[in-house]
Design a protein around this ligand. Sequence first.
Ligand code: CO
Length: 440
Amino acid sequence: MSARQQVQNLLDFIDASPSPWHAVKSVETQLLAFQFVKLNETVKWQLQPGGRYYVIRDDSSIIIFVQGQRPLVDTGFKIIGAHTDSPGLRIKPNAASGLDGLLRLGVEVYGGPIIATFTDRDLSLAGRISYKNNQNVIVSLLVNFERPLLRLPNLAIHMNRAVNEEGLKLHKQNELPLILSTLAEECLPQAYFSELIQQQSGCDAERILSWDLAAYDTQKGVFWGAENEFYADSQLDNLASCHAALQALLDDSVLDNDNTLVCAFFDHEEIGSESNKGADGSFLADVLERIALGSENNREDFARALAKSFMVSADMAHGYHPNFPLAYDPDHKVTVNKGPVIKVNVNHRYSTENISQAMFADWCEQAGVPYQKYSHRNDLACGSTIGPITSARLGIRSVDVGNPLWAMHSIRESAGVLDHGYMIKVMRKFFDDVNLANLD
Ligand code: CO
């Protein structure tokens, strides 16, 4: 498949996945086409060598695995990790309020978005609602309004004359509520909003007990540039990495591989990963242990398998922006369309270390994929990923990698068409053609 076609598939995947809950649903749809079987954490698992499985925790984190034919103590686990969430604006519980003839929705800032980029966009809402069904059971339902529904209009420059000199600053409590509607005199804002959700979801407003709703940009992904060599969409951080890992896995040759292969896509990375379904929770450790103990291994075998395992932690990297040369270490500019980036940080904000760095670089070379190395400026705080957390929790070797990206945490991010294909290629190399026995 051409790099361009792979990116078109990515854009379709993102546009069908306006929230982490939808992203997991989109992943699940792809898995079902490859005969993967869903496992429930509350039920005893009967795993078969060569079997294809996935586990979802709380609708927005998913672990996918192919049970290897060979013993785990010989192969270890090959894991690619990424995250399903993106920073943005989330709707508060008592969100709707009326003021000066307008109905607005109050929001809370999720993670660290570039908030100014949310202004003047055609925003909609997507997420999940929970309600009590006719059998008195609490169930969840995905909801997506799809059409432009909300807006955060800028203040005219005539009232904000310094905006171009001082930047667009928005007060997080007072200046972020999103405009939803004009307010009729007799309107009860919260009831009006519940009614809207009922219309969209089909769920009786009276039964709705709670929700997770994210504001998102309805603009679809596009190719851009003189040669269409770039692409733009929302949530490239980090749905692009989830998509690359999934494409690497969903390949007939890879799926018939005799190693145990794992993709782990976590929610809550953008807020620190500390939750029951985050990378700092028990999810991956629980699943790996059950894979091991469910296939006639004991605790020592499990420890031996972990000692042989390797995780590629995939998250986007900071592509060099020529308008802002001083934002980068001059010797570590990583360029869009020049290949995957190995992220190095001696303070372990990234999980990369000497050996894992060498291994990933070697796989790139074997696969004919160019690669770059990134180190953050010493006078700027470096971000982090799920890599150090997961690697520490499981005690396994890990490397942090990702494709170069412009405008990380903007509602509209950009990246290079070639890099997505490169990343899929080297991930496929890792899954299909790397012998972790060499780690001894
Ligand atoms: Co990220």
